[in-house]
Design a protein around this ligand. Structure first.
Ligand code: HEC
Ligand SMILES: [Cu+2]
Length: 466
């Protein structure tokens, strides 16, 4: 009787495929920047894989003459590619560079566990967090930062891919590449030169100025195109960081022989365009029969020719006139150049609070979007890193000093409720109206003194040039 029960139990465990295999040895993960992919895994057992990833905030090129302050996993967008095997125990070390202004964390969709690792990996600047997980399910998974305001961390570039190879491996191919789509929301229109700040308004209305592959316009085009030879099979690990748009992923002039739909186990064949959800993936294989330049696009086509979602696969080799005899020309596919045209009038300004109640209400939203990540949900702060706003003697002593902190940022030693802080609070570039609202909200929360701050009070405090 007992043995029957045992037999049933162990069959059930095998059937789910989720029982923990024995872990043998350990190794350091090889991580790569797009469009490169770490080498295929050849070992036949599960091991402990140590992954070390650093978050840092860097100014880089978004398009010709356009720069952006990217928040990154590893200094580039997308973040480094991670490759492990089903059953591996992943020991994850997330370090946040001391120069970062923001705390960051990581939610890996390959993790089975609350938040995908987010809470366990919350890391303030100059710290390292460690957590472990077992890669139970094979597939291609997105990872991203999930620190509030989550949308902003993702919009600024915090995403990448982790491949969990199935135990039996993936079908062999000749070349593999890493392609990740995402959007950027800038205050200027597409192509407006200079360092472009993030636009929360455009992010909320899901109207990006840029839709790109691998972090910037042209990152995978012309001399940076991915390459192959005729007769080879190429595999693309395709991810979509979003934050908002779904990608209609397509390679002009090719047909995907295999698509691991949504990065999972089911394989579809002979696919022209595959949907890649925001926060999702696909693996596509194609055999290359003829030479030429194959244009990689999001087939929501204005994004390709007017917002940057255009890459190239350059294939070298002998013509195969049986497969394709026509006169080839890239010209018809080349970007139609230029910036997108100006349509419509100016965006309406932010809503103006008419009374204290509205000020508190609007201010709560500003708090959640801009302050919560550091000062926390109930204004309690983070020990030794971010001072409390709840019952803060610093805050309650002087409206002017609080305005100064938010308007101009704050550095150097300050004392809050008897404890010394010596951190950096960034100037967040909020309008006078928003600063008045957020401070009024804070003064009316968590036992503070219920002061009301007006936009005219904020205007009266001098703005520092940075
Ligand atoms: C990136 C983290 C970060 C963000 C985001 C942030 N702060 Fe701060 N804040 C700090 C740090 C660090 C200090 C202490 C600076 C120092 O040591 O000089 C601080 C200090 C303050 C102080 C004065 C000290 C106190 O506790 O009373 C106020 C007021 C304040 N912040 C309000 C805000 C408001 C309002 C927002 C959102 C609009 C905000 N902060 C966003 C990190 C942050
Ligand atoms: Cu982040």
């Amino acid at each position: 009787m007992l043995s029957v029960l045992f037999a049933t139990l162990s069959t059930a465990a095998v059937a789910t495929g989720h029982q923990a295999p024995a872990i043998q040895g350990e190794e350091e993960a090889v991580l790569t920047y797009a469009p490169n992919v770490p080498p295929a895994i050849t070992r036949k057992h599960a091991t402990k894989v140590i992954v070390r990833l650093e978050t840092n905030e860097v100014v880089k090129k978004l398009a010709d003459d356009v720069e952006y302050t990217f928040w990154t996993f590893g200094g580039e967008v997308p973040g480094k590619f991670i490759r492990v095997r089903e059953g591996d125990l992943v020991e994850f070390h997330l370090s946040n560079h001391p120069d970062s202004k923001m705390p960051h964390n990581i939610d890996l969709h390959a993790v089975t566990g609350p938040g995908g690792g987010a809470t366990s990996s919350f890391t303030v600047p100059g710290h390292t967090s460690t957590f472990s997980f077992q890669a139970l399910n094979p597939g291609l998974y997105v990872y991203h930062c999930a620190t509030a305001p989550v949308g902003m961390h993702i919009a600024n570039g915090m995403y990448g891919l982790i491949l969990v190879e199935p135990v039996e491996g993936l079908p062999a191919v000749d070349r593999e590449y890493y392609v990740m789509q995402s959007e950027f929301y800038t205050q200027g229109e597409y192509g407006a030169p200079g360092l472009q700040p993030f636009s929360m308004d455009k992010a909320l209305s899901e109207t990006p100025d840029y839709v790109v592959f691998n972090g910037s316009v042209g990152a995978m085009a012309e001399d940076k195109a991915i390459t192959a030879n005729t007769g080879e099979t190429v595999r693309l690990y395709v991810g979509n960081g979003g934050p908002n748009l779904v990608s209609s992923f397509h390679v002009i002039g090719e047909i995907f022989d295999n698509v691991f739909t949504e990065g999972g186990t089911a394989i579809n064949h002979n696919v022209q365009t595959t949907l890649v959800p925001a926060g999702g993936s696909a693996i596509v294989d194609m055999k290359l029969e003829v030479p030429g330049t194959f244009i990689i696009v999001d087939h929501s086509i204005f994004r390709a020719f007017n917002k940057g979602a255009l890459g190239m696969l350059k294939v070298k080799g002998e013509e195969n006139l049986l497969v394709y005899s026509g006169k080839q020309s890239d010209a018809v596919y080349l970007p139609e150049g230029g910036a997108i045209q100006q349509v419509g009038g100016l965006a309406p300004g932010p809503r103006i609070a008419q009374n204290t109640e509205e000020r508190i209400h609007f201010g709560e939203r500003i708090y959640k979007q801009n302050c919560l990540a550091c000062h926390q949900e109930a204004g309690q702060g983070v020990e030794n890193a971010f001072p409390p706003l709840a019952q803060s003697d610093y805050l309650n002593a002087s409206i002017r000093k609080s305005i100064e902190a938010v308007k101009n940022g704050l550095t150097g030693k300050i004392k809050v409720n008897g404890k010394t802080y010596n951190g950096v609070m960034p100037a967040l570039g909020l309008s006078n109206e928003d600063i008045a609202n957020v401070l009024t909200y804070i003064y009316h929360s968590w036992g503070n003194n219920k002061s009301v701050v007006k936009p005219s009070d904020v205007a009266a405090v001098k703005k520092k040039d940075h």
